[in-house]
Unconditional design. Sequence first.
Length: 225
Amino acid sequence: MVKSGNASSKSNPMYDTSYSKEADVEFVLGQKAAETYVSNKAFASLQDKFKSESASRRTRDMADWVVSSRDNRNMPFAIIDKVNAKVYAFNPSGKLYGAAPVLLGLAKGDYSVPGIGDKPLSQIKRSERTTPAGRFVSKIGRNHKGKEILWVDYDQALSLHPVVRGVPSDRRAQRLSSLTSSDNRISFGCINVPKPFFKNVISEKYSGQSSVVYILPETKQFKKS
């Protein structure tokens, strides 16, 4: 489910078609390239937001747009770059709490199958295991096993949680620690993060309040609905 705030969607990088040419291409800026970009665009605030973290052009523009438009409504927020399999967590004013690699849905796509949240995992086809794009108002909660997670969208059973072992052949921990994002597609749609990142950033900073999670598109077909 895509949810939008009151800020103008015309300037929202999530829906800006000018990014479409890089929407499905793995691309992460190195620090020097990022500094050059910030300097050329005169967005000095972006350098403060991302510190030494590499981030794509769209991710950097998204963070700047969220803060300038106040679309996060004074809530902490996170941006998930699916193309590069990385999450960036911020405080309400845009200060970076931290960043980490993520595991995402096995299938490429920016929409969830209708009713996916009511399906048993055994009935979810490989092609349906997508991590949807959009703006989501989220909150810390518990799953059916009582484990703490960040509910990104409860109706879609979409959450961000510490990496689970899964079946041994999934090699989830190894995928998270690899240097490329090309092997980070393995989940049913949920976002897996390193356990220390969840404990020290998500659980510690986001508990007791709502937050906003922005999941950036990875296809050229994503549109505001």
